[in-house]
Design a protein around this ligand. Structure first.
Ligand code: ASP
Length: 440
């Protein structure tokens, strides 16, 4: 049995937490490979090491020196090493890193040093070898993960090492330069190591006991999701349920490796299991989780006999392509079609230009724009098993007096996405949660 464990920023925040991490790893011999984030916040208002490093990169760019921000980084690590009473030369490591940061003068390199340093400290604490992600995680010319090379190199590096600590968040590009994943990317690194190690389980240790069925800032004490499938996770995390980086499923999915979300501060809690869709068992719940996001714009296009006009969609999509705009959803009818787009992408006159170009391209009878739209995704394999789910959903929203602006039901019957005005977002989430989770 092999478990790959990734520990997030709060789990690595200080020496006490790192000791906890070490205890967790030692308590189960299957926990053989460890992937770590940079130290995160120790308390509300504290600054994450990675944020300090982005500030350091800015200082280096603008003034040629690492500045106050890197002083804080060094002090945090000095504190951690002292607290752990480790007998290793942290000073040389920190000063060497500072010199490299100045030499490289690259934002990605600087940002990656949080993971590099925390993995080195963790390796020391656990007495395990350290594997630098730079030597095993490789990106291709387009900046995407080069899976084939990465898995090959990692397998080679893990061979003969029954245990190891690997730094998260970064790898190396085709020019030999360090490149990071997007923020929160150590989750992806953990998944990559799990895949290369042929792990039976990818444990992702964080500061919450798993996924909640709804945003706890909006619904009080939502229930915890015990099990969900990769597909459900993808839908929920895409919509902002951000316990896990939304790209971290891909490396493990192909190898059918389950992910378990665990809480470093309450290791006895069950957490959430994310299972390959093929291994997923129906839990009896109609809806697994509800998530949502605000601030979308819907461009609604109507034209009689649209269905018979060959190339209609192509022409509209060409307009989006020309403006480099990606869309999130495209609900359509016989004579209607709409595009749901993140409002951020349509600022500074872009929306007006797109509408004009669409008018030119397809001469619609009607073109309308709704902005300030929130999307709510109601997700669950159980929805396709239970007759009347959508009736329940829309009745609940109607009872709350909320007008539905848009509906999109994915073809997998796994989710229904509802668009409402931003101002109705919270009340819609509450109404839908009440309907499906407070069944008495
Ligand atoms: N340290 C990085 C961040 O703060 C990556 C991670 O923690 O996963 O985004």
């Amino acid at each position: 049995m092999i478990k790959v464990c990734k520990f997030g920023g709060t789990s690595m925040a200080d020496g006490t937490n790192m000791r906890r991490v070490a205890e967790i790893i030692r308590s189960d011999p299957a926990r053989r490979y460890v992937v770590v984030s940079a130290p995160g916040k120790r308390y509300g208002g504290d600054v994450k090491i990675t944020d300090l490093l982005y500030e350091t990169a800015k200082n280096v760019r603008e003034t040629g020196s690492t500045g106050e921000a890197f002083e804080k980084v060094k002090d945090r690590f000095r504190g951690i090493v002292a607290e752990l009473a480790l007998d290793f030369d942290a000073e040389t490591m920190l000063l060497g890193t500072e010199a490299e940061i100045l030499r490289e003068n690259s934002e990605d390199f600087t940002a990656s040093r949080g993971e590099y340093l925390s993995a080195r400290v963790m390796a020391e604490l656990l007495g395990m070898p350290f594997i630098d992600a730079r030597s095993v995680v490789k990106f291709d010319a387009e900046g995407k993960l080069d899976g084939e090379r990465t898995f090959g190199l990692l397998r080679e590096a893990l061979k003969g090492k029954p245990r190891a600590v690997v730094s998260g968040f970064y790898g190396e590009d085709v020019n030999g330069k360090v490149k990071t994943f997007s923020r929160g990317g150590s989750d992806i690194s953990g998944a990559i190591v799990a895949r290369a190690a042929g792990a039976d389980l990818y444990e992702n240790w964080t500061d919450v006991s798993g996924f909640l069925a709804c945003d706890p800032r909006i619904v009080k004490n939502p229930s915890r999701i015990g099990e969900l499938s990769y597909k459900e996770l993808r839908e929920l995390s895409y919509m902002g349920a951000n316990v896990l980086h939304s790209e971290s499923i891909f490396p493990v999915r192909e190898a059918d490796i389950p992910i378990r979300i665990k809480n470093t501060f309450r290791p006895e809690d069950d957490g959430t299991d994310i299972l390959p869709t093929s291994k997923y068992r129906f839990t009896g719940k109609t809806v697994t989780g509800i998530a949502g996001k605000k601030n979308f714009t819907v461009i609604f296009i109507e034209k009689s006999l649209m269905n018979a006009e060959i190339g209609f969609t192509h022409k509209v999509l060409s307009v989006l392509l020309k403006h480099h705009i990606s869309f999130e959803h495209m609900p359509s009818g016989i004579d209607t079609m709409s595009f749901v787009i993140d409002s951020e992408e349509l600022k500074n006159g872009v929306l007006e230009e797109i509408c004009e170009d669409i008018r030119q391209a397809v001469s619609p009878n009607n073109l309308r724009v709704h902005d300030d739209i929130a999307l709510i995704a109601v997700v669950g394999h159980g929805m396709s098993r239970n007759v009347g789910t959508s009736a329940r959903l829309f009745n609940a929203i109607a009872r709350a007096g909320i007008n539905v602006r848009m509906i999109d039901q994915g073809s997998s019957e796994l989710n229904i996405i509802v668009g409402v005005d931003n101002e109705n977002y919270e009340n819609t989430l509450k109404a839908v949660y009440e309907e499906f989770f407070n069944e008495t």
